[in-house]
Write a protein that binds this ligand. Structure first.
Ligand code: NAD
Length: 273
């Protein structure tokens, strides 16, 4: 890895893009390029001024092709079609790419996998270091408690969120189910009302709270006889995603062409629990 990786931000004018520009600077790395849609009214603006951190002398451009040679790695939080196009350019130039875009279909995911045979790709549905550490702790707790406790996942988000449970709550449920050899499709319980009968030990329960401006909170309870363990993550703003993605970008520069995730970035595979 070079000491100060040159990082390009794709979707620089978006909600995540602006925070990613801040995160690159906070981490002491070099913002090498900032890219927006070719028809964006932001082209030509200074990326630092756009992100509210003062002039950086990096102009927003309308295509990755223009700046790819200036980058060791790019971070892409855009939209699926744009991400596929960015993957194509990165694989042609052998530039590493960190992808946060969600909602890719199977064909787009297959293209991502194919690209990762030619250039390093990090992909994670959630770049928060805290969420990924929480998931590791959930795996530890699940392994130790086994079938001796009841497990419930409780999540809370702002009133504008349109899906439930959150993708992160489902990631947590999947990690628990996989550790315990359960199948989330069969064992998840999303609703309880009326005469439910006693709780099945195998169930993994999900409770959803929606209201106000809650950024995102997840608690998993391991509920036994006479004691209870709770593992909680609370997000207070989107910087947690951006900081994790910048950490992934610095980590992936110079690695072999492969698809990586946050477990690789955070070195979880080397930690025995
Ligand atoms: P947003 O709509 O605010 O920003 C997306 C930006 O990408 C926009 O500015 C848009 O103009 C730009 N864009 C679109 N096509 C482009 C192209 N061809 N070239 C350059 N720029 C292009 O959305 P957002 O809230 O910033 O989220 C972006 C994506 O990141 C979404 O898919 C979201 O779900 C995902 N996300 C992932 C994580 C994670 O941890 N993995 C966290 C937050 C958001």
């Amino acid at each position: 890895m070079s000491a100060t990786p040159r990082i390009g931000i794709l979707g620089a004018g978006g909600r995540m893009g602006r925070i990613l520009i801040q995160a690159v600077e906070q981490a002491g790395f070099k913002l090498a390029a900032a890219v927006e849609r070719p028809e964006s009214s932001l082209l030509g603006a200074d990326a630092g001024e756009l992100a509210g951190i003062g002039r950086l002398d990096v102009k927003i451009v309308g295509s990755l092709e223009e700046v790819v040679k200036d980058c060791d790695v790019v971070i892409d939080f855009t939209a699926p079609v744009a991400t596929v196009n960015h993957l194509k350019i990165c694989r042609e130039h052998g530039v590493a790419i960190v992808i946060g875009t969600t909602g890719m279909n199977d064909e787009q995911k297959a293209y991502l996998d194919a690209s990762a045979t030619e250039t390093p790709v990090v992909y994670a549905a959630n770049y928060s270091v805290g969420v990924n550490v929480s998931i590791k702790l959930l795996e530890l707790a699940s392994k130790v408690f086994g079938d001796t406790v009841d497990i419930e996942v409780i999540e809370a988000h702002h009133r504008h969120k349109v899906d439930a449970p959150s993708g992160t709550a489902l990631m947590m449920g999947e990690a628990i189910a996989e550790t315990l050899g359960r199948d989330l499709k069969q064992d998840a319980v999303y609703h309880r009302e009326g005469y439910t009968g006693p709780r099945e030990r195998q169930s993994i329960g999900f409770q959803t709270i929606r209201g106000g401006d809650i950024v995102g909170e997840h608690t998993v309870m391991f509920i036994g006889e006479g004691e209870r363990v709770e593992i909680t993550h609370k997000a207070t703003n989107r910087m947690n995603f951006a900081a994790g993605a910048v950490r992934a970008a610095a980590w992936v520069v110079g690695r072999e062409a492969r698809k990586y995730d946050m477990k690789d970035v955070l070195g979880f595979n080397d930690i025995q629990v």
